[in-house]
Write a protein that binds this ligand. Sequence first.
Ligand code: SF4
Length: 230
Amino acid sequence: MSNDQIDLFSLAEDSQPAPAVDPDLIPTSAKVPIPPGTYASMEAMSLHCNQCQRCELGATRTHAVVGRGNPQADLMIVGEGPGQNEDETGLPFVGKAGQLLDKILESVKLSEADVFICNIVKCRPPGNRTPTQEEMDACRPYLLEQIRMVDPRIILLSGASAVRGLVGDKRGITKIRGEWLEWQDRLCMPVFHPAYLLRNPSREKGSPKWLMWQDIQTVRTKLDELRSQQ
Ligand code: SF4
C-alpha cells in the first residue's frame, strides 16, 4: 500500500466516525478480489470506493457515488452509473432523471425510506458514456456487497447496463422490461432508465412512460405480496 493511501485513510477518519475497516483491505487493483463480507456498512465501503482504482473511472471521478436511501430497504434500485450531478454531490439519481425516478416511486406511494438506490459502477464514466464490461466487472464486487448488506426482496434494474452488469443478460431493455428475472434467489425486474423516459415524454398507451407505469405497479403489487408474507 502507498503512503498516499494511508494519509487519505487517516484524513477520512478525522472527519467522520471511525469505520470498522482494515486499511490493508483497500482493493486498488481489479485483480485483488473483494471477498463477500468485507464491509460491515455502506460508510466503510464508501471510504474504499473513494480511494479505489480498480478501473480507469477512478482517475476522473470527483466523488464515488455509493448509494442513497434506506440500507435496510426491501426494494433496491440499480442504475447504470453516476452523471455529472451525481459525481459532484456523491449521491445517485439527483439530476432530472433522479427527480423523475422519485416521482415514479411516489406514484405507487414509495419514498426514499422504502428503497436503496445505487448504480452498477460507482464512478462517473467520462462524458456519460456507457460503462464498459471491464469497468462493470471491476466494480461488481461492491454491488454484490451492497446487495448482501441491504438484502432486498426485489431488485429493480434500471436500464440495459444494469441488467447486463448484474445478471449478465444482454437483451435490449425494450425486449426484457417488465419480465421478472430470478438471480441468486432474488427477484429482479428490468425497467427503463428514467433518462430514457425523459427523452421519450409521450404518455400514450404503449409508450415507454406508459410501460414504466405498468412495470412499477407490478413491482408494487409484488412488494405488497411479499411484505404480507413476512
Ligand atoms: S468505478 Fe468502481 S471499480 Fe472503478 S474505480 Fe470506481 S469504485 Fe473502483
